[in-house]
Design a protein around this ligand. Structure first.
Ligand SMILES: [Ca+2]
Length: 287
């Protein structure tokens, strides 16, 4: 089944339009966030302002801080950053891989190719392990980050899309509006949250990143990043990412997908499937 077939089938069944008209950031939150803008080091502080608004999700956009090369053979399904290096999981049967990538050059330092029957999906780095999901194979891979050796395969139920962790549990998306928190050793589901914007479910949650106590999520085929409260599932903010890749998507499925956070340097990286570039961005108010 082609990638397009995969997503068309799923989309027909699951797509829920995401309205924008009724959601406005409160004046107080806007003023507070605005006072912090223009200071890159304050980005973490700006994020705090999305958490408490009773008026609906806050609105943000971005500034590009740095641009780096990105391999265009990478159908990006997972992205993470650890100890100065990017880790990337790529998809499509016969092209799926786990990669260790140099940020500045985009050069692939190490790579594990998945067997052709696997469609690689999200990845995350937790302690000295790298975890990788597969789309419908219902098998997760655990690698030794130091050696890139495959340590084990673990089964799970349902589709695997995005993956991140909060330092304790793996957090997994499956294309629906549900995020599952998993035991990292057994992949047992510890708890789940349903991601909502007001009274609507936010479906098609894709690549994930845990950032300073929030979950950032790509939404499939949408040029926005959702910011989600990990406790309640409430969507606290949207980051409008439109216009990020000069010239737009190389093709219809080359969508924004891939968020990685450098916890030490407090840098945020984003890219897309088969994009020629990867970006360090700063989040700024959309007002
Ligand atoms: Ca990520």
């Amino acid at each position: 089944m082609s990638v397009t077939d995969k997503h068309d089938k799923r989309r027909t069944k699951e797509l829920t339009p995401l309205g924008t008209g009724s959601n406005r950031l409160s004046r107080r939150a806007l003023l507070g966030a605005g006072a912090l803008l223009g200071c890159g080091a304050c980005a973490g502080a700006v994020w705090l302002f999305t958490r408490g608004s009773p008026m609906g999700p806050a609105r943000y956009t971005y500034e590009v801080v740095n641009t780096y090369p990105h391999e265009t053979d990478a159908f990006t399904q997972g992205l993470a950053f650890e100890d100065g290096l990017l880790y990337e999981g790529t998809g499509i049967e016969g092209r799926s891989s786990l990669r260790e990538v140099e940020l500045e050059t985009g050069k692939v330092r190490r790579k594990v190719d998945l067997d052709a029957r696997f469609f690689g999906e999200g990845i995350t780095v937790l302690d000295d392990r790298i975890y990788q999901l597969t789309w419908k194979n219902e098998i997760g891979f655990i690698y030794d980050r130091r050696t890139f050796d495959l340590l084990s395969r673990i089964g799970y139920s349902g589709e695997g899309w995005g993956l991140t962790n909060d330092g304790r549990h793996l957090i997994m998306s499956n294309g629906l509006a549900t995020l599952q928190f998993l035991d990292s050793k057994t992949f047992r589901v510890v708890r789940t949250i349903r991601v909502t914007e007001g009274d609507r479910l936010v479906k098609d949650l894709n690549e994930l990143e845990y950032v300073e106590g929030e979950i950032f999520a790509n939404v499939w085929h949408v040029d926005r990043i959702a910011r989600i409260d990990p406790e309640s599932g409430r969507l606290t903010a949207w980051i409008d990412m439109s216009g990020l890749l000069p010239g737009g998507r190389p093709h219809a499925e080359a969508v924004l997908n891939g968020i990685a956070y450098d916890r030490k340097g407090k840098r945020l990286f984003v890219t897309g499937k088969e994009w020629p570039k990867l970006f360090e961005i700063r989040i700024v108010s959309a007002s």
